[in-house]
Design a protein around this ligand. Structure first.
Ligand code: HEC
Ligand code: HEC
Length: 422
């Protein structure tokens, strides 16, 4: 039974990536326990939002310009002195980022979880799914403006992009490589990488240079000059509506979101780079498990199974206590990193476990004061926002989409994917 379900899940996953092109997604949004937001996945004519390889046609962008002169609303890009930016290094990092051959079985790239056309995150999954359908417990964060992050991962456990890449490369449920040596040996044997590392770094491929190249590409994914930026920093009064302006007034006043999602005088990253307990993690990790759960095993085939069986096919999600896992300080339970809010309307679902499908739900969560618990951040309290105020706050969040997102998506499509089947 277990193997059969595994097989179904695997086929379901494969079909979700190969039936492509945008189509009319049937209505009837339904959650089936695993938290997927594949609206209509339970109908036979499900069509994914992802694009088939053949339709991924794009144009290379001037990524160096996005680092040297980031769009309006962003500060200068911090560049570590030991890893200066060059065009060749960005290109090499980009090649690695989209290359499926970096995973153990040649099927999984960084870009398959940080999907360019899905906000460099994955809109269809609440929590990550890696190689061979292996599930993770957390939501894939967006990589837009990741150059500015002082802490990486939802629990802030890593602090630099150069080192971070070895997390996913070696994780069993992400790219599945059993050791750094296996990754290095593999890339060394690929003809199209022949001499590339030597040319870019003046030294051969090794753990350090792979990290440096991938970090450099990611530092170019800068996106701003949103309608909000054009109004707030560019003084263009016409760039946004009165609702957006009022939404920002609430954001920085009555609702005090700005206390954590920071906006400075001449730029805004919408994060204080700190970790906080909003109560969401508390609720998720303490709520009782239902005895039975729905599971969709293929488009059109949804069944109800015992929770224990559910665990055996989808891998039981370990409890998530946030920063506590790093510090072992009980006061740090359920603290997570404040995420940026730039491009927020493109990066659903939300929170560290992707539990909220819409921004409306996030706003309602804050409006009711998060979820009370012993260590709730004192800044989280009931806001008493009216319906109109909540809708203005939403309008403001929707005004944070950068003007160059299409350019970055198209650039991603132009990158080779290292598909061994082609
Ligand atoms: C299976 C899906 C998956 C793959 C493949 C994957 N990631 Fe991620 N990525 C995630 C998830 C999930 C997290 C958050 C994990 C956590 O907080 O514990 C994450 C976090 C990150 C972060 C930190 C972002 C932040 O805001 O803190 C960076 C940077 C990143 N990934 C880059 C990469 C790179 C580079 C690769 C390829 C080498 C890659 N990822 C491959 C799912 C994936
Ligand atoms: C005490 C600090 C704090 C305050 C105040 C705060 N936030 Fe947050 N915000 C966070 C943290 C921390 C998270 C991540 C929670 C998680 O991952 O479980 C978050 C997550 C979010 C997300 C989801 C982002 C994503 O990519 O998943 C949105 C949207 C958001 N906040 C908007 C707001 C709005 C709007 C307000 C004001 C009503 C607000 N926040 C007030 C700290 C704060």
């Amino acid at each position: 039974m277990k193997n059969k379900l595994f097989y179904f899940l695997f086929i379901a996953l494969l079909s979700s990536v190969s039936y492509a092109e945008k189509g009319n997604i049937p209505a009837a949004p339904q959650l089936h326990g695993a938290g997927d937001d594949k609206t209509g996945y339970d109908t036979k004519n499900y069509i994914t939002n992802s694009k088939a390889l053949a339709t991924r046609v794009g144009k290379k962008a001037d990524l160096m310009a996005l680092i040297k002169q980031p769009p309006l609303g962003l500060p200068a890009v911090p560049i570590p002195t030991h890893n200066p930016i060059t065009v060749e290094k960005i290109d090499l990092g980009r090649k690695l980022f989209y290359d499926r051959r970096l995973s153990l079985n040649n099927t999984f790239s960084c870009a398959m979880c940080h999907v360019p056309e899905q906000g460099f995150t994955h809109n269809e999954l609440a929590t990550s799914v890696g190689l061979e359908g292996r599930s993770g417990r957390r939501n894939n964060p967006t990589l837009y403006n990741i150059a500015y992050a002082e802490k990486l991962f939802h629990d802030g456990r890593e602090d630099n992009l150069e080192q971070q890449v070895w997390g996913p490369l070696l994780a069993h449920n992400e790219m599945g490589n059993p050791s750094p040596g296996i990754v290095l040996r593999k890339i060394r044997a690929l003809e199209d990488y022949n001499g590339l590392f030597e040319r870019v770094f003046g030294k051969p491929l090794n753990m350090e240079t792979i990290g440096m190249a991938l970090a450099t590409y990611q530092r170019s994914l800068n996106s701003a000059n949103s309608p909000f930026d054009q109004w707030y920093f560019g003084q263009n009064e016409q760039a946004v509506s009165a609702n957006v302006k009022n939404g920002f007034k609430l954001f920085s006043g009555k609702a005090n979101c700005i206390a954590c999602h920071t906006v400075k005088k001449d730029h805004a990253l919408f994060t204080n780079n700190l970790l906080h307990n909003t109560g969401h993690g508390f609720r998720v990790s303490t709520q009782p498990r239902p005895a039975k759960q729905m599971i969709t095993i293929a488009p059109g085939q949804t069944i109800e199974i015992e929770s224990d069986l559910f665990d055996s096919v989808s891998e039981k999600k370990p409890n998530d206590v946030g920063l506590y896992e790093i510090t072992e300080n009980p006061a740090d339970r359920w603290k997570y990193k404040t995420p940026t809010l730039r491009n927020i309307s493109l990066t659903a679902p939300y929170m560290h476990d992707g539990a909220f499908k819409t921004l409306k739900e996030v706003i309602e969560f804050y409006n009711q004061g998060g979820v009370p618990n012993e260590d709730l951040d004192p800044l989280i309290k009931p806001l008493n926002l009216t319906y109109n105020e909540q809708s203005d706050l939403l309008a403001f969040l929707n005004s944070l989409t950068g003007s160059n997102v299409d350019e970055l998506i198209s650039d991603g499509f132009a990158a080779p994917v290292g598909d061994t089947q082609q």
